[in-house]
Design a protein around this ligand. Structure first.
Ligand code: NAD
Length: 427
C-alpha cells in the first residue's frame, strides 16, 4: 500500500486546489469501487521537480531567483502533457492538482497522454520581454532531462504564450543538438505550431454550447453569455460565441468587467485589448466588477480566467442556467454542490476546456509525423472529439444518475485505472 505517501504527500502538496482535486478523486474512487492499490497510486504525482531559476534583471547588476516546478502525475498512458503557468501564486500543490486534472482531461477525450503541469512563481507583468526570455530559457535548461516529445510536452497556460513556447523549443533544441518542434505545443505556426491552437480552447468550449443548451431546453440563437477573463481562453470563447449567434452580454479581465444587455462588440473589445493590453477604458458596456460578473443576468456563465472564483459565498447569486468552465478549477466543491442543487448545469473543466489539449495533441502528431493539416481539418476533428466526449459523459451521467463532473471523472479515472492494471507493477 502506498497510503502513507498520500498522507506524507499532503505535506508536500498541501494547497486548496490539491485538497479539492483529491476530494473529487476520493468521491469518485469510492463510487466506482476503485482498486485501493490503484487509487493510492493515483492520489499523488509520479514525479515532481522543483528548480530555482536565477536571472539577471535588465539593469545588468541585480540577479534574482525564482521557484519553478514541473509535475508529472501519470506516466502510464504515454508522454505527459500540460501547460506552464507564470503567476505570482504558483506553488507545488497547485501545480500538482492541475497535473492531476490534466490526467483525467486527457483520458476523458481519449488522448494518449498522462497529465503534467508546470509553473514559475513570478508576476509576468513585472518582467520585461528580455527578462521573460532569460527566465524561460533557464527554467527549460533546469528541466531539460524531464521533457521531450516522448517524455513530457509543455504548452501555454496563464501568463505564457506562443513566444514563451518558442523560447522553450529553441532552448531544448540547442541542448539536445537538433531542432525539435514536438517538445512543446502552442508554438507559433512558423515553428510547426498548429494553425488552430490559439483559438482551440475557446472554440472547443463554445462547440459544446448546443449540447448543453439542449439539455436545459434553451435555444442557442441569441443565447446570452457572460465570459470572465479575456486572455487566450476568454477572448476566443467570446469570439466563437458571438460568431455562433450568441449574445455576449458581459466580459472582464483582471481590471474588471463590462455588461451590455444588447451584446458586446467582441471584435471592438479584442481591438481594445490588443492596443492597451487591458480591457480598462473599453467603452462598449457598463462597468461591472468581476464579482458582479459571476451573478450577471445571462443564460451561460463561462469562467475563463482563474481558479476558485465561484465559491460557497457567491454560488447562490449565479443567475445563469449553465456554467461552462473554461478555466481550470473555477468552481469550489462547495459551490458545485450549491449550483447542482439550484439545477444549474455545470459543464466541468476536464471536459469543457479539453479543446486546448486536443489541438495540442494534433500539433504534436503533426510535428512528429511531419503532417501539414489545414485549419478546417483541425477544427472539424476538434468538434468531433469534443462532441463525442460530451455525449459519452452525458450518457454516463444518465446511467449513474449523477452530474456531468462526476460522470466525466468516472470516465477519466476508469480509463487510467484500466491502463495501470494492464501494465502491472514494475519490477
Ligand atoms: P491568460 O493569461 O491568457 O488569460 C487570463 C485572463 O484572466 C486575463 O484576461 C486576465 O486579466 C484574467 N484574470 C486573471 N486573474 C483574474 C481574476 N482574478 N479575475 C478576473 N480575471 C482575471 O490565461 P489563459 O491561457 O486564457 O487561461 C485561463 C484559464 O484557462 C486558466 O485557468 C488555465 O489553466 C485555463 N486553461 C487554459 C488553456 C489554454 O489553452 N490556454 C487550456 C485549458 C485551460
Amino acid at each position: 500500500m502506498t497510503e502513507h505517501l498520500v498522507e506524507e504527500g499532503m505535506r508536500e502538496w498541501a494547497s486548496p486546489l490539491y485538497s479539492e482535486a483529491l476530494s473529487q478523486f476520493n468521491r469518485v474512487a469510492e463510487l466506482i469501487e476503485l482498486d485501493p492499490n490503484i487509487a493510492a497510486r493515483m492520489r499523488v504525482p509520479q514525479r515532481a521537480i522543483i528548480v530555482t531559476i536565477p536571472y539577471r534583471r535588465d539593469d545588468g547588476t541585480e540577479v534574482k531567483s525564482l521557484f519553478g516546478y514541473r509535475v508529472q502525475h501519470v506516466l502510464t498512458m504515454g508522454p505527459t502533457k500540460g501547460g506552464i503557468r507564470y503567476a505570482p501564486d504558483v506553488n507545488l500543490g497547485e501545480v500538482a492538482a492541475l497535473a492531476m486534472l490534466m490526467t483525467w482531461k486527457c483520458a476523458i477525450v481519449g488522448l494518449p497522454f498522462g497529465g503534467a503541469k508546470g509553473g514559475v512563481r513570478v508576476d509576468p507583468t513585472t518582467l520585461s520581454r528580455a527578462e521573460t526570455q532569460r527566465v524561460t530559457r533557464r527554467y527549460t535548461a533546469e528541466i531539460v532531462d524531464f521533457i521531450g516529445p516522448t517524455k513530457d510536452i509543455p504548452a501555454p497556460d496563464m501568463g505564457t504564450d506562443e513566444q514563451v513556447m518558442a523560447w522553450i523549443m529553441d532552448t531544448y533544441s540547442q541542448q539536445v543538438g537538433h531542432t525539435e518542434p514536438a517538445v512543446v505545443t502552442g508554438k507559433p505556426p512558423a515553428l510547426g505550431g498548429s494553425v488552430a491552437r490559439r483559438e482551440a480552447t475557446g472554440r472547443g468550449l463554445v462547440s459544446l454550447v448546443p449540447a448543453a443548451a439542449a439539455q436545459r431546453g434553451l435555444s442557442t440563437d441569441g443565447i446570452r453569455v457572460a465570459v470572465q477573463g479575456f486572455g487566450n481562453v476568454g477572448r476566443y470563447a467570446s469570439l466563437a460565441a458571438a460568431q455562433a449567434g450568441a449574445k455576449v452580454v458581459a466580459i472582464s479581465d483582471i481590471s474588471g468587467g463590462f455588461y451590455n444587455g444588447k451584446g458586446i462588440d467582441v471584435m471592438a473589445a479584442i481591438d481594445h485589448m490588443d492596443r492597451h493590453r487591458s480591457l480598462d477604458g473599453f467603452a462598449g458596456g457598463d462597468r461591472i466588477s468581476n464579482a458582479d460578473l459571476i451573478g450577471a443576468d445571462c443564460d451561460i456563465l463561462m469562467p475563463c480566467a482563474t481558479g476558485g472564483v465561484i465559491t460557497g459565498a457567491n454560488a447562490g447569486e449565479v443567475k445563469a442556467k449553465i456554467v461552462m468552465e473554461g478555466a481550470n478549477g473555477p468552481t469550489t466543491l462547495e459551490a458545485d454542490g450549491i449550483l447542482n442543487a439550484k439545477g444549474v448545469l455545470v459543464v466541468p473543466d476536464v471536459l469543457a476546456n479539453a479543446g486546448g489539449v486536443t489541438v495540442s495533441y494534433f500539433e504534436w502528431v503533426q510535428d512528429v509525423q511531419k503532417y501539414l493539416w489545414t485549419e478546417s481539418e483541425i477544427v472539424g476533428r476538434l468538434r468531433e472529439i469534443m462532441s463525442r466526449a460530451y455525449e459519452d459523459v452525458q450518457s454516463l451521467a444518465t446511467k449513474h444518475k449523477t452530474d456531468l463532473r462526476t460522470a466525466a471523472l468516472i470516465r477519466g479515472i476508469k480509463r487510467v485505472a484500466e491502463a495501470k492494471l494492464a501494465r502491472g507493477v514494475y519490477p
